[in-house]
Ligand binder design. Structure first.
Ligand code: DAK
Length: 260
């Protein structure tokens, strides 16, 4: 599939995916979502990519939401299909075996905020702005915003954003737990790459199982979650990475992980 609205660059096991429609503030139309699905499915199948970074092109926006000019003309069944496609893309991102970092470089509104929510970690530029402004348009968040946002920041803060449609700055987003940290705008990508490098130096087997344990375990009660963690913990002992990691520690040298 040819991509017109996104770009992917892979360097040293780190894939950076850029949503690239800066004239529409990287808004998500049907084609962009289809390209994202194609891109993230291929990333999920790759053994050579260890961490993924998602960002937006241009100076102003991460993603300013679903494309309003595209959505305006939809009938209910088409709207449902569009919503399903968006949810499919975000579920694919959330369920990628690799950790995903959102590098939020500007407006993250509506579907843009929802993309960030589907990522595992969120770093924000000090120019970033966040919101779920769907109520301004007579709709509700449709890409999982009413579900992932309260799970991440709690019902009270999520309700305030979703009911009011208000836009908050990066500092406020950090205060309510929507982003991990805020960094100066021109250092955002550098910070994300440095975090990605730190993760990609670790055992890929262990990192992938950590993600699986957190993502699946968080939906379970504590007892089941801990039992699930135990199963994945035990599974590590079937890997070369576990043998190498422990051997290297005892031999006082850096481990050489091979990801199996
Ligand atoms: N869609 C389409 N075009 C957009 C856009 C968007 N979401 N956001 C910005 N643009 C376009 C603008 O129309 C403008 O285009 P031109 O006029 O130059 O052709 C260009 O980007 C630059 O934007 P502005 O001139 O407005 O730039 P400003 O700096 O003045 O303002 C802004 C920036 C981000 C505050 C403003 O553009 C804005 O308010 N944008 C809309 C933000 C928004 O409401 N986003 C949420 C979209 S709703 C569903 C599934 C999903 C969803 C809903 C239902 N179903 C299940 C069906 C999700 C919904 C959303 O995400």
């Amino acid at each position: 599939m040819e991509w017109k609205n996104i770009e992917k660059k892979v360097e040293d096991g780190i894939a950076t995916v850029t949503i690239n429609r800066p004239k529409a503030l990287n808004a998500l139309n049907y084609d962009t979502l289809m390209e994202m699905l194609d891109c993230f499915k291929a990333i999920g199948d790759s053994k050579d990519i260890h961490v993924v970074i998602i960002t937006g092109s241009g100076e102003k926006a991460f993603v300013a939401g679903a494309d309003i000019s595209f959505m305006g003309e939809l009938d209910p069944l088409e709207a449902r299909g569009f919503g399903k496609l968006g949810q499919n893309v975000l579920n694919t991102i959330e369920n990628l075996p690799q950790p995903v970092i959102a590098a939020i470089n500007g407006f993250a509104l509506g579907g843009g905020c929802e993309i960030a929510l589907a990522c595992d970690m969120r770093l924000a530029s000090d120019r970033a702005k966040f919101g779920q402004p769907e109520v301004n348009l007579g709709v509700i968040p449709g890409f999982g915003g009413t579900q992932r946002l309260p799970r991440l920041i709690g019902k009270g803060h999520a309700n305030e954003l979703v009911f009011s449609g208000k836009i908050i700055n990066a500092e406020e987003a950090c205060r309510i737990g929507l982003v991990n940290r805020v960094v100066p705008h021109d250092q955002l990508l550098e910070e994300c790459i440095s975090l990605a490098q730190m993760i990609s130096a670790k055992s890929p087997v262990a990192v992938r199982l950590c993600k699986e344990s957190v993502n699946n375990g968080i939906e379970m009660d504590l007892d089941r979650g801990c039992a699930y963690e135990l199963d994945l913990f035990s599974l590590c002992f079937a890997s070369s990475d576990q043998k190498e990691g422990m051997k290297a520690f005892l031999e006082k040298r850096a481990p050489k992980f091979i990801g199996s």
